[in-house]
Design a protein around this ligand. Structure first.
Ligand code: GH3
Ligand code: MG
Ligand code: MG
Ligand code: MG
Length: 307
């Protein structure tokens, strides 16, 4: 059985790299029923395909090729963060144990010598693809919040670190919003934990549906708290966006008879901006500043944005 790529129902992709078109043709004919096939007869083309937006799930790599040999290609693939996780299987006439050992030491997942048995090649390819798809699925899960399906705290931390590093290289501003559902404890206590979970899911979905820029990130920070990172956004922009988030949750209109603010679920939001005129020493200070604003928003009546 071949696992399907979790995010799509598309066939997994195999990149075949060999300087001899007849060799490519032979392998492709074995695999094309089950996989999308990409081909390259030169190392630079193979690396380009591996680094593309739709990288292969597996690379079948010849060893002896002009310009750049398979070992050099494999070394480069394993050096690059973006291509490291793509499994490589050498398919080669170099049948010496030393060659195989060398290939495996470079990080190849497997080593097949020519002439090969077609059924065994198919089985080895299938096993590596299944492992790769499973690893991809786990990788994706590790960035997602299990309850709501939106980016999790790990995504938030990673993105904030990245954006902060970018800031130190240029003079752009960065805004951060911390969101917290108002009176969520009485919601849970009265409607039950299951309804509480459901409320969190609906709020999360409503938050991520508010249009934003591709560089923004909306994450579940933990419990009934969410966080938003807005790169290149000044205080006015952050306020506008926060107001849209508050509106979206009011419009959701989830009944909350045990809140003293409104008969429906509401949020409080605190915001802070790092900018040239109001610099923060580090990301942690920006976060603390947003938390302090959230505390003020709560103390000042909830269901509002303060910065
Ligand atoms: P405030 O307006 O000051 O924010 O009050 P609050 O009641 O929302 O704040 P508090 O921090 O006292 O309560 C948060 C509640 O959120 C308590 C906890 O049971 C609930 N909660 C946290 N995570 C989850 C979750 O994953 N599922 C459910 N159902 N409830 C959760
Ligand atoms: Mg060759
Ligand atoms: Mg809270
Ligand atoms: Mg709360």
């Amino acid at each position: 059985m071949i696992l399907r790529a979790s995010m799509s129902e598309k066939k997994p992709t195999v990149l075949i790299v060999d300087d001899q078109p007849s060799n490519i043709h032979l392998l492709a004919s074995l695999l094309k029923a089950d996989y999308r096939i990409l081909t390259a007869t030169r190392g630079h083309k193979a690396l380009e395909l591996a680094e593309s937006k739709q990288p292969p799930d597996l690379i079948l790599l010849d060893v002896i090729m002009p310009e750049m040999d398979g070992y050099a290609i494999c070394r480069q693939l394993k050096d690059l963060e973006s291509t490291r996780s793509i499994p490589v299987i050498f398919v080669t006439g170099m049948s010496d144990d030393k060659d195989e050992e060398h290939g495996l030491n470079l990080g190849a997942a497997d080593y097949i010598t020519k002439p090969f048995n077609p059924a065994i090649v198919r089985a080895r390819v299938r096993n590596q693809i299944n492992l790769k798809l499973r690893t991809d699925m786990l990788e994706q899960i590790s960035w997602e919040d299990a309850l709501t399906g939106i980016p999790n705290r790990r995504s938030f931390d990673q993105k904030l670190t990245e954006e902060w590093a970018r800031l130190t290289r240029n003079d752009q501003s960065l805004s951060l919003l911390m969101l917290d559902i108002d009176h969520f404890k009485p919601y849970n206590d009265n409607y039950g934990h299951g309804a509480g979970d459901d409320c969190l899911r609906r709020v999360a979905q409503a938050l991520i549906q508010v249009p934003n820029r591709p560089t923004d990130l909306v994450a579940r920070y933990g419990g009934e708290e969410f966080a938003v990172i807005l790169p290149e956004t000044d205080p006015a922009g952050a306020q506008q966006y926060a107001e849209r988030l508050l509106d979206a949750i009011r419009t959701l209109n989830i009944e909350h008879a045990y809140s003293d603010i409104a008969p429906h679920v509401t949020l409080s939001i605190g915001g802070a901006t790092h900018s040239k005129t109001d610099p923060k020493p580090d990301a942690e200070a920006l976060k603390q500043s947003a938390d302090a604003a959230l505390y003020q928003a709560k103390a000042g009546g909830r269901n509002q944005y303060l910065s």
